[in-house]
Design a protein around this ligand. Structure first.
Ligand code: ZN
Length: 379
């Protein structure tokens, strides 16, 4: 009898606990997933497929790519028209060599020369060169800051990206659904005096020739952004990926305005230090930005890969830096960077992490999935 009473009492207790939990349904309804399901952990790094949509493979060496394979990362190698380092043609040779050596692991974006800009047949030459690269396996085209900061017309005026002479090329890309990646202008700090810089003081104190604050004869930061916006206005069907947070690294508000205004625009995240600064200034706003624009942001590092005599050290460095980024996006740990100081990880939901690391790359660069040659486009 006593046993039965104890049994009855326990049943009643269970019922009370159950009813209490039911009165708090809103709280329970909000939690549809356990924390383990809603967020990734540090240990998930390897199992999650990733695509780094902005690297520069400046060598035919392979340890960096082997580490990418170990870290479950695909690489979009970007060729550009820079006046220093490995020349454009050589970058493209390396890219073709690497995509053939690592099919499915490495894909590449090509570019076109502006050396013959002032010649009448320059546009035909540029389109022919793009077609040729697409035939070799390129999945996107890149334009670089030489447009806006180096190239000049017959009258000695800087040529900006909204110059009508680019239109036939951009129309060709839009018609054939070839994505355009653009690194136009420099970080806004480049136009500020050294004492107002947060992230690039060291670099520009060593390179006054690139420090635009000292060169008022060059187009301003605002005119670089304006020319890019004008170009997007003219080419609404162009699939556009703005490298380095679309050159608006200093302001999430300004970047949001562009993402709202240009639905065919995405931004790559290869300005991680600026993201750390945003998180430090306003963690919630930064996290909300990622959640709001989760379909438009692409994981990217802008790593310059050179030949190395110490492949193990290179592999470790590549892995460690990927882990830092993963920590920032997936956890809310306190982190520290020399130029930034203390800041907090964003702990983004799994769905958002999957998008910025992989699904958006597949959406914005569809050929990244197969590495398939876009040969149909070359005819
Ligand atoms: Zn780059």
């Amino acid at each position: 009898m006593i046993n039965f009473l104890i049994f009855l009492f326990l049943q009643l207790l269970a019922l009370i606990v159950f009813l209490q939990s039911c009165t708090n349904t809103s709280k329970f309804a909000a939690v549809t997933k356990t924390p383990e399901q809603a967020f990734y952990a540090l240990e998930d790094f390897k199992s999650v497929k990733k695509a780094d949509t902005h690297v520069h493979l400046n060598t035919s060496d392979t340890p960096y790519i082997s580490q990418a394979r170990e870290d479950n990362v695909r690489l979009l190698d970007i060729v550009d028209d820079r006046p220093f380092g490995v020349p454009m043609k050589k970058q493209e040779e390396i890219a073709i060599q690497q995509i053939n050596a690592f099919p499915g692991r490495v894909v590449y974006a090509t570019t076109f020369s502006v050396d013959n800009w002032n010649k009448n047949d320059w546009q035909d030459e540029a389109i022919a060169s793009i077609k040729n690269s697409l035939g070799n396996g390129a999945i996107a085209v890149k334009v670089w800051k030489n447009i806006g900061m180096q190239l000049k017309d017959k009258n000695g005026k800087f040529v900006m990206i909204d110059n009508p002479r680019f239109d036939p090329i951009l129309n060709y890309l839009a018609e054939n659904q070839v994505p355009l990646i653009a690194h136009l202008g420099e970080p806004r700090e480049c136009w500020l005096p050294l004492d107002q810089m947060v992230l690039n003081k060291g670099y520009y104190s060593q390179h006054p020739e690139y420090h635009m604050y000292l060169h008022p004869e060059y187009p301003s930061y605002e005119s670089q952004v304006k020319a890019r916006d004008n170009m997007l206005e003219k080419h609404p069907d162009l699939r556009f990926i703005g490298a380095h947070l679309a050159s608006l690294e200093w302001s999430l508000d300004e970047l949001s305005k562009r993402l709202d205004r240009f639905p065919n625009m995405a931004a790559d995240l290869a300005r991680m230090s600026d993201l750390y600064v945003h998180s430090k200034k306003d963690w919630k706003k930064t996290r909300d930005f990622f959640i709001k624009y989760q379909d438009r942001l692409l994981y990217a590092t802008d790593v310059q890969v050179a030949a190395t005599k110490d492949p193990l050290a290179m592999k470790k460095q590549a892995h460690d830096s990927r882990i830092r980024y993963w920590t920032f996006f997936t956890t809310d740990e306190q982190m520290n960077e020399p130029e930034v100081g203390e800041f907090q990880g964003l702990k983004l939901p799994r769905e958002v992490v999957d998008k910025i690391y992989q699904l958006n790359a597949e959406k914005w660069f569809p050929a990244i999935v197969t590495g398939k040659k876009l040969t149909a486009l070359t005819n």
